[in-house]
Design a protein around this ligand. Sequence first.
Ligand SMILES: Cc1cc2nc3c(=O)[nH]c(=O)nc-3n(C[C@H](O)[C@H](O)[C@H](O)COP(=O)(O)OP(=O)(O)OC[C@H]3O[C@@H](n4cnc5c(N)ncnc54)[C@H](O)[C@@H]3O)c2cc1C
Length: 416
Amino acid sequence: MKVIVIGGGIIGLSSAYFLQQSGHEVTVIDQTDMLNNCSYGNAGYVCPSHFIPLATPGIVKQGLRWVLNDTSPFYVQPRFSKSLIDWGIQFMRSATPEKVEKAAIPLRDIALFSQHMYATLAAQPNFNFAYEHKGLLEIFQTEKGAEHAKHTVEKAHRLGLMDTVLLDYHALQTMEPQTKINALGAIYFKCDAHLYPNKLMAQLLQYLQANGVALLKNEIVTNFYTENRQIKSVVTAKAIHSADAFVLATGSWSRELAAQLRVSIPLMPGRGYSVTLENTPYHINYPAILVEGRAALTPMDGNKIRFGGTMEITKTTTPPKIKRVAGLLQAVQRFYPEFTIPMPSIEQIWYGFRPCSADGLPYIGKPKQWHNLVMATGHSMLGLSLGAGTGKLVTEILNEQKTSLAIDAFRVNRFD
Ligand SMILES: Cc1cc2nc3c(=O)[nH]c(=O)nc-3n(C[C@H](O)[C@H](O)[C@H](O)COP(=O)(O)OP(=O)(O)OC[C@H]3O[C@@H](n4cnc5c(N)ncnc54)[C@H](O)[C@@H]3O)c2cc1C
């Protein structure tokens, strides 16, 4: 079957990888050269521990408190926009304890499945993307953080992630003997892995090119030709490309493109920033989330450390707010007091747009409107983690095979 994948981020490339392996003739189309999208500068976590979606009780109140602060980690750009209002309403409806509890199971399952896919990929001779399965720390500084951590560990155990443990300050410091940590303790999620996304993306592109997948760069898909409930072709400024089936994996741009097909998905871009130090003088053994700092750091690919964070619900055209990076680096220093990182130049700051669905769960599957379209988008804070698993599921859906896991929670039309 001839398949066109729209979007060359981790979701599009993973889909192309498994589709090609399954014997399809695959073309990937991207509006850029595919060398920098949200799938590059992220923190690289492949993390079943992230079974709690963004839309949680309390985040809305916290977000409102942060709105006027330039260096805050969470921000919603206030504007009159129907899509933002629709998304906000669905976001708040999803932020109930019952819905968060329900979302945890499908998130855990797809994350474990995806992690297995990455481990398998990492063992292939053509791939070496610094995949390490050594766990992740979630470090807290306050009593409130400690209380929350206790509940999270209990919840992880209820979900079967039994190798999740609570560390006191001394146990935490023993795990990072080369670096002073300012904290009360941490959760240690042994189930998590991490990788260097830049290498993963480059090696996927290399593999696809070497294995006959056509990579069409700098072509924006603007429209579709359809007949009955079939998509026939996609339209770009350069050409009309026809195929038997299509995958829509356009990340933060998916809402607008899906709307061309009369498919409505609540989705907003959530910008985050990262800074990567090469040959850093600092040493950490483990990736860490700094709970009260709302920041993440990852030792990756030898002697690099990447610092990332912030969530700005905004438009993809809004200029970056570099001040937020100062807030991020200050948060890091509050936890790792020896880490004095000067404010990087604007060229050294990376940012990307997380495709944030309203409930933090991805949209994976065929929308009811079209027989030959699979959508794979809205992965929010977890696109890297869930990338390989999503690619495999997309292929199973297109092949009309039984999917490796239940995908009902990811239904594209669930907000209709
Ligand atoms: C600071 C930060 C840290 C993060 N850390 C992690 C992490 O540790 N673990 C994790 O799992 N996730 C993490 N994420 C989230 C993760 O990076 C994203 O969820 C993921 O990259 C989304 O992948 P994607 O393929 O859906 O989108 P993208 O990577 O954005 O790719 C979409 C592609 O579609 C193309 N496109 C869009 N519209 C069109 C069109 N009309 N025609 C043609 N092409 C089009 C775009 O050019 C783009 O290349 C992080 C994100 C940020 C910002």
